[in-house]
Write a protein that binds this ligand. Structure first.
Ligand code: NAP
Length: 339
């Protein structure tokens, strides 16, 4: 990778609907020298996350919006190129908010050193050992309050978070039904990941299938998609169910107000609750989750799949859209090649 220039992707305009090429600006700057107490990281992997779509919008959220003109916010992995920071030296591999660019200048805050290995390649630090794993762990165990013997339903079940949620639930003695798009994804979560059943939301009626697969109702619904699928699962809740609002990808590119759950009175009838959460609120407990997830991986009790796209930062806008088209299986990551 050339060390003399920093290639960046900036937000040029706020999108309406699906973000097209017109909302991005591709810029080239010299690679900065780190100032006192700062470091420069050469980025090797960029995490592609549905949340990025929300970060592009103006308005109040759990983090400030990416400013128009700013380098797009992104988690990533990279190697320290030069450091004048006491805690980092050249060659350290780090993960954190590095942005969609080839070189990130940082004061070190929010950066964590990682030790990639064969069992934990760099991209895995953006998946099960990174934010994805943390989201699955705290969403399922803390917000979902999973109990042994529960029937768990998870949507986007062959995606990054969903595939870990289902496997974690199995390790604690739950019965797990995944909702995913297409026969390959459905076969993967049942045959390879050990889910008890899969529902193909593209070709099957979710509500009807749940009657078969969850005859006694759903104790935990881990919702990644919102919209019609949320509404369908709400009709099948068990008494005391917990509905975990992790995300609503079906709504992120909508140009009208998000579709609310028409069947919400099921919460009343079933004495159930529905609760949203933001993984960043669990930052002081990431160590606990990371240790358990690494252990489960090492024991072969859970599996992690990263869907790695090789390209340059200029491929970011197109790669991001794969999430919204359902073109990824497992955690989608852009691995940077020399420009
Ligand atoms: P992901 O599941 O790997 O990728 C997105 C998947 O969503 C696609 O592969 C597709 O799977 C499905 N999808 C896309 N459009 C859809 C639609 N219109 N209807 C139904 N399904 C659709 O992404 P991820 O990173 O794991 O994120 C999953 C969810 O968690 C997102 O909503 C994200 O915003 C949320 N999240 C929340 C937090 C938090 O702190 N609360 C943290 C991280 C992620 P199919 O082909 O199976 O349809």
């Amino acid at each position: 990778m050339a060390h003399d220039v920093n290639r960046q992707v900036r937000l040029a305009a706020r999108p309406t609907g699906t973000p097209g090429p017109d909302v991005w600006e591709h810029t080239i700057e010299p690679v900065p020298e780190p100032g006192a107490g700062r470091l420069v990281v050469e980025v090797s992997h960029i995490s592609l996350d549905p949340a990025m779509r929300g970060w592009m919008n103006a308005g109040r959220s759990y983090v400030p919006p990416v400013e128009v003109g700013a380098v797009m916010r992104a988690l990533g992995v990279g190697t320290v190129l030069a450091s004048r920071h006491p805690d980092f030296e050249a060659g350290d591999v780090v993960t954190g908010m590095l942005g969609v660019q080839t070189h990130a200048e940082s004061d070190g805050s929010g950066l964590q050193k990682v030790r990639p290995s064969e069992a934990a390649p760099p991209e895995r630090h953006l998946s099960v050992l990174g934010m994805t794993g943390m989201t699955a762990y705290f969403g399922l165990f803390d917000v979902g309050a999973l109990q042994e013997g529960d029937t768990v339903v998870v949507s986007a079940a062959a995606g990054a978070v969903g595939s870990i949620v289902g496997q974690l639930a199995k390790t604690r003695g739950a019965r797990v039904i995944g909702i995913a798009g297409g026969p390959e994804k459905c076969a993967w979560i049942v045959d390879e990941l050990g889910f008890d059943a899969a529902i193909d939301h593209r070709s099957q009626d979710v509500r009807t299938e749940l009657r078969t697969h969850a005859p006694d109702g759903v104790d935990v619904y881990f919702d990644n998609v919102g919209g019609d699928i949320l509404d369908a699962v709400l009709t099948r809740l068990a008494r005391g169910a917990r509905v975990v609002i992790c995300g609503a990808i079906s709504q992120y590119n909508e140009t009208t107000a998000p579709q609310g759950p028409a069947n919400y009175l099921s919460l009343l009838v079933n004495r159930a609750r529905m609760q949203g959460f933001v993984v960043f609120d669990y930052a002081d407990r990431y160590g606990e989750a990371a240790a358990e997830l690494a252990d489960l991986l090492a024991q072969g009790r859970i599996h992690s799949r990263e869907d790695v796209v090789d390209g340059t930062v200029d491929d970011f806008p197109e790669a991001l859209l794969r999430l919204f088209r359902g073109e990824n299986t497992g955690k989608l990551v852009l691995r940077l090649q020399a420009a």
